[in-house]
Design a protein around this ligand. Sequence first.
Ligand SMILES: [Zn+2]
Length: 299
Amino acid sequence: MKLLTPTLGLILFLLASPASAVVKVFACEPEWKALVETLGGEYVKASSATTAFQDPHYIEARPSLIAKTRRADLIVCTGAELEVGWLPLLLRQSGNSAIQKNELGYFLAADQVERIEVPENLDRSQGDLHASGNPHVHWGPYRLLTIAKALSDRLQKLDAKHVAQYRQRYQAFATKWKKQISKWESQAAELKGKKVIVYHKNWSYLLNWLGIEMVGNLEPKPGLPPTSAHLANLLELTRSTEISYIMTTNFQNDKGARWLSEKTDIPILSLPYTVGGDKKASDLISLYDGVISALTNYQ
Ligand SMILES: [Zn+2]
């Protein structure tokens, strides 16, 4: 009988543990779900409002998402107006005071870092989706590290019982990530000075980091689909400038990109935008690995 006691004790302990033992996280995008899971491990339970095959600029505030925000202890979103079309509505409908702006349960990644491409003269009538600067911050590896530190600090505040574990997890991530940064930087050194066209400015942080020049966008302004006049201008540009590739991702309409590629023989690189965007991109490190390898292999 004595041998059974510890097992029974464990069962009773598990039954007695309240469900709130884990921090329930509502992530807006897969990259933040991946990051919070890396930093929180077994102490968090996260879901993502969007998949890697959806453009996070355009999501509907569906009832199933509202239900998830109702139960969340923490929301982790990009901010910088990326989710302006749907997150405010979700927050209002959630009836959850813990995840409202300025509360501990409200965390925006883009607020933790300096943003690039902040428009000098903002004209919303032009449909500029990046009114608060470029929100696609998970493609800046140093920024991602800053965000990870702030997110870990937030988890420590929300779940003080596991401060030591969160710290240890952050340290492990930071060490690994920094090692990866040097690896990626040497791998991509040969890409410096290359010129590319992108569909949308969702690669800007990556390109800035690697010293690749973005010389054109298929969108005349972030969020506006390519017009034939705009495509004609891009075609003209390719006559005077050597372009290595056109970068798109799976949720972007590739019609304009294909047209330009057929006219010019510039290859299209369709890359995973975030975690889950292809088979290999199972976490942030494999996502970066895959994209940087694709860029370097396509010389
Ligand atoms: Zn965007």
